[in-house]
Ligand binder design. Structure first.
Ligand code: ZN
Length: 220
């Protein structure tokens, strides 16, 4: 069952569609600027192709970009739109490891590099890119500076952080990535308790696994 949210943002309304798919219950998101009808998809796990393409067709949205929050096998199904990933996880998409996946993972070549301090723009909307290594070397989170929504991939979950014991994982890097004084609170202006998108467990963050998906604050 897909869910649909409209997020208030200073730059305009952000439309957010969500579905849980696949054997790891991955959260797949389609995020759009309904005014321009431009959309992006985040963590298009197998099997999410029908969900994404139907969502686009029903609303006459154009998919501008597919974002991979990190290069694990559960994030691998694509629609033909350009793929964005951090350069340090590029090899995981180009030469995917099947691991325990119950199906083959097709390789893909990212066309867009995501780096710390960068941004993804579609229509009038902008998501800031935060490089958050720890789960993998090239894990990233996407922050909506206006609505305070964080797409946290496998970096953050409802009760803590993602695994650091898989290849490319690092407990030290994870600790640095989620440190309280990091860019979660400073990427979009003055920091302060409860302001903006400062992240704490149970706050408004949406991850790529089901455990971290809560909607509070200005998400309504
Ligand atoms: Zn992962």
């Amino acid at each position: 069952m897909a869910s649909r949210r409209r997020i208030k943002a200073e730059s305009g309304a952000m439309e957010l569609l969500h579905r849980v798919v696949g054997p790891l219950a991955t959260n797949v998101y389609v995020v759009a600027d309904p005014a321009s009808r431009e959309a992006i998809a985040i963590d298009t796990a197998i099997p999410s192709l029908a969900f994404v393409t139907d969502a686009l067709a029903e609303r006459d949205w154009t998919l501008k970009l597919i974002v991979s929050s990190h290069g694990h096998w559960e994030v691998a199904e694509h629609t033909g739109a350009p793929i964005a990933a951090h350069p340090l996880d590029r090899h995981r998409l180009e030469q995917p490891s099947r691991g325990l996946a119950p199906f083959e993972i097709p390789p893909s070549v990212p066309a867009v590099d995501l780096v710390e301090g960068g941004a993804i723009r579609f229509g009038s909307l902008r998501l800031a890119v935060l490089h958050t290594p720890g789960h993998t070397e090239g894990s990233v989170c996407l922050l909506d500076p206006d609505g305070g929504l964080l797409f946290s991939g496998d970096t953050l979950f409802a009760n803590g952080w993602g695994r650091v014991d898989l290849p490319g994982g690092s407990a030290e890097q994870m600790a640095a990535s989620i440190a309280p004084d990091r860019s979660w609170s400073t990427a979009h202006g003055p920091a302060g308790p409860g302001r903006g998108a400062r992240v704490r467990p149970g706050a408004r963050s949406v991850g790529s696994n089901r455990g971290w998906s809560s909607w509070r604050g200005r998400a309504d």
